[in-house]
Design a protein around this ligand. Structure first.
Ligand code: ADP
Length: 468
């Protein structure tokens, strides 16, 4: 799937990255800017106050005429375009001043004088000279009981410094945003490249190609973990697909034989002229084969439904001991026919909450297998007991046994060990038995040695009202 760059996580994270950098840098700049302006202003104010003190001292010693002299001299010394002095009467009338040709547009502020009179504190103002655009810091201060000093300093140098500061900031900001965007993009792309690999691997996977695996980073980070999880998911899918394939092969194989036989009977009936009795036998064989087929299909359906939780189980409290005894009675003649010693040790009064019909099917399959896979003269023992709220049923035989590698496989649908293909069967018996037992929250296991015999062990919790 192609996606727009604006929708990518990498793009969004980069945007966040640069945004956060820009905001932080602006904050730091504003803080610096504020501190710088405050410091500069404090410095100027201090300078102006110093001047006012000087004037105050001169007036004290030399009177107002001395102050007039000082105004001219101080302004000349510092630069007449840099500083000016005006000595005013408290009414605001100018008594004396430095040369004011450059500063002629600077008026005496009535509000400042008013404030000065009422507050009796130094009054500072920052004004802009309309004709020159020059910023000036002005101080109004009482330098004698009847004299006010209006003195101003050009803020040119400081304004230039602040403009330079702004320029430096804007360039630095541009660089930082660009740098954070590029580095953010590279970092995020690098970090997310693992996701891209997983996506590509997933895209390349088809039904016939499930072997591809994602290369882990080996860093034990989140992406490595994702890759490992993704790979183990693929392992499970591969295993599932393999077992589905195997199962469908088995189904095809097992359904083919009865259908072929049915076809054979029909062909015989068509080609040969037989007696009525022969036709009857053929019809009976056809019905038998069809029943086998139907039985297989029904068992398959039962297993599927039970596994999907849709099986039609009717749960009641049932006497398991009685049910097992009945099943044993049912199979005794079959065992006797094969000269197998068939016995049971069944504890009385084992009650479970279960679907008796389904449990009967499960036990029948297990006893049937025991008889089927035990040679003449062998022994089969059925043991049922109680153990910690669990009914324990063992079906022991001294039959052909099962190699360890098949202990799990025999519970798969349609799985039959090759060596037992000569005996009749569908490969569904154990699968159905396990599904039924599991639906009752129990489980079934086998322990077996080849040529020594097998023990199938069922554990059923007796108190399982939440089953199915
Ligand atoms: P089947 O119809 O072939 O008996 P099951 O699902 O009942 O199908 O059993 C699966 C396979 O497990 C059998 O084909 C057989 O190879 C093996 N098996 C089951 N029970 C026994 C047993 N008691 N002794 C030896 N092998 C057994």
């Amino acid at each position: 799937m192609k996606y727009k760059i604006f929708n990518t996580i990498a793009f969004r994270l980069t945007l966040w990255f640069s945004g956060i950098f820009a905001v932080c840098t602006s904050f730091v700049f504003l803080l610096f800017y504020y501190l710088a302006t405050q410091t500069i202003q404090n410095q100027i104010d201090l300078e102006l106050t110093d001047n006012a003190s000087k004037f105050s001292a001169i007036i004290h010693t030399n009177g107002l005429m001395g102050a007039r002299q000082l105004a001219i001299l101080e302004a000349q010394a510092a630069g007449e375009k840099l500083i000016f002095f005006r000595i005013l009467y408290p009414t605001g009338e100018v008594f004396a001043s430095s040369r004011m040709s450059y500063w002629k547009d600077v008026q005496v502020s009535k509000t400042a004088l008013q404030k000065l009179r009422s507050l009796d504190l130094n009054i500072f103002e920052t004004i802009e000279v309309p004709s020159t655009g020059q910023k000036v810091r002005v101080l109004y201060s009482y330098v004698a009981a009847n004299a006010i000093l209006q003195t101003g300093v050009a803020m040119d140098v400081y304004s230039k410094f602040l403009s330079a500061f702004q320029l430096v900031f804007i360039s630095a900001m541009g660089f930082i945003v660009l740098f954070s965007a590029v580095s953010g993009w590279l970092l995020v792309r690098g970090a997310l490249s693992g996701v891209e690999t997983i996506t590509k691997t997933a895209q390349n996977i088809t039904g016939s190609n499930l072997e591809t695996r994602v290369q882990g980073t080996g860093n034990k980070d989140e992406l490595d973990h994702l890759a490992i999880t993704f790979n183990s998911m693929l392992d499970r899918i591969e295993e599932l697909v393999r077992s589905i394939r195997e199962m469908s092969d088995n189904i095809a194989h097992d359904l083919k034989s009865p259908v072929t036989r049915i076809r054979g009977f029909a062909e015989l009936a068509l080609v040969h002229e037989e007696t009525l009795e022969d036709y009857r036998v053929m019809a009976a064989n056809t019905i038998e084969e069809s029943d086998r087929l139907l039985d297989m299909i029904n068992t398959m359906l039962t297993i599927s439904r039970a596994e999907a939780g849709e099986a039609d189980f009717t749960l009641k409290t049932v006497n398991l001991s009685g049910m097992i005894r009945e099943a044993c009675d049912l199979f005794t003649p079959l065992a006797e026919d094969k000269h197998i010693s068939f016995s049971n040790i069944i504890e009385n009064e084992i009650f479970v909450f279960a679907d008796i019909r389904m449990l009967q099917r499960a036990f029948s399959n297990l006893i049937d297998n025991a008889i089927k896979y035990t040679l003449e003269g062998g022994t089969i023992t059925i043991i049922a007991s109680m153990e910690n709220q669990t009914a324990l049923i063992k079906i022991k035989d001294t039959g052909i046994g099962i190699l360890p590698e098949f202990h799990e496989k025999i519970f798969e649908r349609f799985y039959r060990i090759d060596s037992s293909r000569t005996s009749s069967g569908t490969g569904l018996g154990l699968s159905l038995a396990r599904t039924i037992v599991r639906q009752h929250k129990g489980d079934i296991h086998v322990s077996s040695y080849q040529n020594k015999g097998s023990v199938f062990e069922i554990r059923l919790p007796i108190n399982n009202p939440m089953v199915i």
